[in-house]
Design a protein around this ligand. Structure first.
Ligand code: PMV
Length: 313
């Protein structure tokens, strides 16, 4: 193929972050308003193996051979080549772009990897199932996230709402009644690996207390699944607030996140919580369609860096 394009959406976790690492259920949904996309164009005049990378969003322009050996883009390409049994890629230019904010809990890394794998699959005439896309992306995630649960690669590769339990067969989620979520960004980049590491330290120091918190979050995710499948957004909002209380006890919220969550609730949101690794990154609020402008306004007034509204369906 002369050129190939692959894309992948952002994601947001609705319930169950952190506890999901300890095999409690979590719920995540794609956010198709934001996406990563990768275009590969053949350069037949150059020798095989001459691969040029351009990623303007991260100010990267380089030959693949000049990337450091642990770079996630290089890892993704090598993992794909091993999967497809390709020894040398035809000469090409790989252009990567993304509208997903980095290090903010929206899965930007996993989305770039899925988009890259999709475009490599098209470019190499090697079709990949969603399952394979998800599994290969998980391999890349492990390189730079330590011990990821696998929720990011799953929801992004399948591009559908998921009820996710680590190491178990994927369960999809039927959304009985579409609902509106506002994502509010603190503008503070935070390391998911560091937050996950701190939770692990706490769990190792006091397993009983932390297991009880993970159990409580697991119960909330189970109840949230029922509420989504029954179309009961009032219960869903209450469950978001309950989930946030446990995340605060886990130590992964922050004053900035708390301020945005309070502002959303004060503006009438049905529920609000942090989303993803925490400490910085994003919060989410569940709102009626008529409240979107009001809640976005209050979030900005409380210091939100950006707000994105999305419909979960
Ligand atoms: O920060 P994010 O959106 O990548 O989410 C991390 C979610 C955690 O549960 C904290 C970690 C994980 O691997 O599931």
């Amino acid at each position: 193929m002369v050129s190939s394009i692959g894309s992948a959406p952002a994601k947001i976790i609705l319930f169950g972050e952190h506890a999901v690492v300890y095999r409690r259920p979590a719920i995540a949904v794609p956010v198709n308003k934001l996406s990563a996309s990768v275009e590969i164009t053949a350069n037949p005049e150059l020798n095989p193996g001459a691969v040029h990378l351009i990623a303007p969003d991260i100010h990267l322009e380089t030959d693949l051979s000049d990337l450091s050996s642990n770079h996630p883009l290089l890892a993704a390409i090598q993992i794909f080549m091993a999967y497809a049994d390709i020894k040398v890629l035809p000469a090409c230019t790989i252009k990567i772009s993304s509208t997903i904010p980095v290090a903010s809990g929206m899965g930007s890394g996993a989305a770039v990897t899925v988009a890259l794998l999709r475009s490599l699959a098209g470019f190499s005439n090697c079709p990949m199932t969603e399952k394979a896309l998800s599994e290969l992306t998980f391999e890349v995630e492990k390189i730079y996230h330590g011990t990821p649960s696998g929720i990011d690669n799953t929801v992004i590769a399948y591009n559908m709402p998921v009820y996710f339990i680590k190491d178990e067969v994927l369960q999809t989620l039927r959304v009985a009644q579409p609902f509106n979520i506002i994502i509010g960004g603190t503008g503070i980049a935070s390391s998911t690996a560091a937050a996950v590491g701190d939770v692990r330290k706490g769990w190792l120091a006091d397993p009983q207390r932390f297991d009880a918190m993970f159990d409580a979050i697991g119960e909330i995710s189970r109840a949230a699944r029922r509420a989504i499948e029954d179309g009961n957004i009032f219960i869903l909002g209450r469950l978001m607030n309950e989930n946030q209380a446990v995340l605060q006890d886990l130590g992964v919220s922050s004053p900035e996140l708390n301020a945005l969550i309070e502002a959303a609730r004060g503006a009438g949101a049905l529920g609000a919580k942090l989303s993803g690794g925490g400490r910085g990154g994003n919060m989410i609020a569940l709102v009626n369609a008529t409240q979107i402008d009001q809640v976005c306004g209050e979030l900005h007034a409380a210091g939100a860096h950006q707000t994105i509204s999305t419909i979960v369906k």
